[in-house]
Design a protein around this ligand. Structure first.
Ligand code: MN
Length: 755
């Protein structure tokens, strides 16, 4: 009877060693030496320089980790040898094996990445750097609330960005799990849980079945010791009971194949304990319902051989209906290819038979690693390596596309998401609560803010990155802990933000905000302007404001100018399209020669208290324009009205700006004294409580008389315009109070109003 080795590997061979095709002999838990590692890589690495590099890495860590022991009592060096051994078993290249030796040297000794770069080159240093960073995140130390497994996978793949880093990390974890029992029980559980939720799925995704199933079995033993023991015991018993039947079946098959002159090897494979556990405890099967716990694997040379062997087996044994699966024609998304069938052996037992080529077997066992195997004679610059990897992924995609169009979609998606996870330089950052957010490379806190919520983005003012306050345009790195600072008083996005953000969603939010803001500001302004122009124009033709508005609101006018509201018409008038004169012509309203031009006026002055002089003339009736409320210090101009003296306007008042005749130079008198003059101002603010009260208080404390105040809210942009009429003695006083207002919380613009 064959001895069953349970050496922690995925597949045990219950038959004699000369029938075995096991490539990865990791030797279970017995300790390897550097010579063992050497023996493996000498078989496929022949270049003297490459061999020397690996040996140098080994000698370097031997010295650096000298005197350091692991919790299990063995020298630290042992861990490094085992990790390198696993990597070499997967046929990693010289740089990868060297990096496997060096993977803990930066974190645990006084060696720097620069040292590694100097001694072992940039490529190797990059791998060690990534491994050091992953190590420093101490992900398995986080609590469950802080961390979801999915996040953890993302951050790990995002930091690795290189299949070689992932393979070394998986090898590192594999050896740590093999020796996990030396740790405290809490650490054992934390590592086992993390292994099951993060590392085994990654190994699965990459198709590295050997590592996956060993990681799973080791973790299950920690997490569910009773179930593990039960399955292991029962499995051993069943295999013992069936080994005679198995051996006779193997012999029969061998005879048939030899007679047909087909080259082959036969192995026996035992299902992993974890996969039996899953079938029993997660899918509710009993042990007896698991037919494939023991399988025969026939490895042959060509795809055609596989189908020939299948035909021979079906011809000689009774197949179980519905158990045949052709994964050669329809590979699994992780590249697995094989034929599966179940047959009834002579003793009535059911056996699963797997038929595949050597190459398929290799891919089944080591997945992506099989594609990444080191090939001599290729110069492996990181760039070329990356290129090659992508070529391989393309090749695989195209291959699937041509051969199996029905399977194409899921497989393509798989390969795309795989290459995206690994090769696209995404950045993964944490929120202070430990949530992971992935962002494209080059992203800034603003991208993160918009990813959290549009409102967070719109009110972002700064960010804390790893507890340092940084500007919003700081480029984030994977592993950064980022907290967004927001302020209700933030004026919101501006044009420059578009250059800061990387994500298209943030860009579109900012654009939307700006468009809305500009549109509403612009439109209100235009309506006001247009209305003013129109009212002034028609005033000259004898219409007051109300009459003008009534006139322009008529269907006839709106229709003629193809607008739907009078506001739209005002917007047009503001840009001289149409001019009020054209409207008047259209309506046939003639200018009345005798009509007096009336500017509304507030106050007439007699000579003595009039603040304005007209080039030394006296006895003139002078009025300060109510439209632009000029005050001493403003640049002014006089307008000669018909029969009503002179109205004084600010030089930039639109009511006089178009005029060429009837203007006259006027000047402020000197020494005007303390009389104050009304000024209308508008104050643009972000809406908040007590805003109007605060503005009033500001006037009071600055001894400014305020006679009128109205506030107009703009609910969709959450800002408010406050209109105030205040009294000031001159432009200096006005400019001072404007500055005071602008310095108030939430106030961002103060303007004089022209009616
Ligand atoms: Mn390690």
């Amino acid at each position: 009877m064959n001895e069953i080795k349970r050496d922690g590997k995925i597949d045990q061979d219950v038959t004699s060693a000369n029938e075995s095709n096991v490539v990865l002999q990791n030797g279970g838990y017995h300790m390897h030496t550097f010579s063992d590692v050497k023996e493996i890589y000498f078989a496929y690495i022949h270049d003297e320089k490459d061999r020397k590099m690996i040996e140098n890495a080994y000698n370097f860590v031997k010295k650096k980790h000298d005197g350091i022991f692991r919790k299990s009592g063995e020298p630290y060096l042992q861990h490094l040898i085992e990790v390198a051994y696993i990597v070499a078993s997967l046929q990693g290249g010289p740089t990868t094996i060297a990096a496997a030796f060096l993977h803990d040297v930066v974190e645990d000794t006084d060696t720097s990445i620069e040292d590694i770069k100097r001694m072992f080159g940039e490529d190797c240093a990059r791998i060690v750097d990534a491994l050091t960073k992953i190590q420093r995140l101490k992900l398995s130390h986080r609590t469950e609330e802080e961390f979801a497994a999915e996040d953890h996978k993302k951050i790990f793949l995002g930091m690795a960005k290189d299949v070689r880093v992932i393979i070394i990390k998986l090898a590192d974890r594999l050896h740590n799990m093999r020796t996990v029992k030396a740790l405290r029980p809490e650490r054992q559980h934390a590592l086992a849980k993390e292994t099951l939720e993060v590392f085994a799925p990654i190994a699965h995704r990459l198709g590295i079945y050997r590592i996956e199933s060993e990681l799973e079995d080791l973790s299950l033993e920690i997490e569910k010791p009773a179930e593990y023991k039960m399955i292991a015991t029962e499995l051993d018993q069943k295999i013992k009971n069936r080994s005679r039947a198995l051996n006779s079946l193997k012999k029969k098959i061998a005879d048939i194949l030899i007679a047909q002159n087909i080259k082959f090897e036969i192995e026996s494979r035992i299902k992993s304990i974890y996969s039996i556990y899953k079938k029993m405890y997660l899918k509710g099967h009993t042990f007896d319902e698991i037919y494939d716990f023991l399988a025969l694997r026939i490895i042959t040379e060509t795809e055609l051989n596989c189908y020939e062997i299948l035909g021979l087996i079906h011809a000689n044994f009774k197949p179980i209906p519905g158990r045949f699966k052709d994964y050669i024609a329809m590979p699994k998304p992780n590249m697995y290819q094989s034929l599966h069938t179940s047959i009834i052996a002579g003793d009535g037992n059911i056996f699963e038979v797997q038929i595949r080529t050597k190459e398929m077997d290799e891919i089944a066992e080591t997945g992506v690693a099989a594609h990444w195997r080191y090939k001599e004679g290729t110069h492996y610059s990181p760039k070329q390596e990356q290129h090659e990897i992508e070529e391989k992924l393309h090749w695989f995609r195209d291959f699937l596309h041509i051969n199996h169009q029905t399977q194409d979609k899921s497989a393509t998606e798989y390969m795309e998401s795989l290459s995206k996870d690994i090769f696209e330089a995404n950045v993964y950052v944490f929120t202070p609560k430990g949530k992971v957010i992935d962002l494209p490379n080059g992203s800034t806190p603003l991208d993160l803010a918009y990813k959290i919520h549009t409102k967070v983005g719109d009110s972002a003012v700064g960010a804390l990155v790893n507890n340092n306050l940084v500007p919003l345009n700081t480029v984030l790195k994977t592993g950064d802990i980022v907290e967004i600072k927001t302020s209700k008083t933030s004026p919101g996005p501006n044009e420059s933000w578009l250059n800061i953000v990387k994500t298209s969603s943030a860009k579109s939010h900012i654009k939307k905000f700006l468009q809305k803001k500009n549109a509403s500001f612009l439109r209100e302004d235009k309506i006001r302007q247009g209305k003013q122009v129109a009212v002034e124009f028609f005033k000259e033709r004898g219409l007051d404001e109300k009459e003008t508005i009534n006139l322009l609101s008529t269907e006839k006018v709106l229709e003629n100018y193809q607008v739907s509201t009078i506001d739209d018409l005002f917007v047009g008038i503001a840009s001289h399209n149409p001019n009020p004169g054209q409207i008047a012509d259209f309506l046939g309203i003639k200018k009345k020669a005798d009509t007096e031009i009336k500017f509304s006026k507030k106050e007439n002055f007699d000579d003595d208290n009039c603040p304005v002089t007209v080039d030394g003339q006296t006895g003139l009736k002078i009025t300060l324009g109510n439209c632009c409320t000029p005050i001493p210090g403003d640049s002014i101009i006089g307008f000669v009205t018909k029969g009503n003296g002179i109205t004084v306007h600010r030089i930039n008042c639109p009511n006089v700006s178009g005029l060429t005749s009837r203007l006259i130079d006027v000047h402020w008198k000197e020494n005007l004294g303390i009389k104050s003059y009304p000024v209308d101002i508008s104050i643009e603010c972000l809406d908040r409580q007590n805003l109007v009260a605060d503005i009033l208080n500001t006037f009071n404390s600055n001894k400014i008389k305020c006679t009128e105040m109205t506030a107009k809210m703009h609910p969709d942009s959450s800002h408010t315009t406050v209109f105030a009429q205040i009294y000031v003695s001159d432009a200096n006083v006005l400019s001072h109070i404007v500055d005071v207002l602008k310095s108030m919380k939430d106030v961002y613009e103060v303007k004089r109003v022209i009616h």
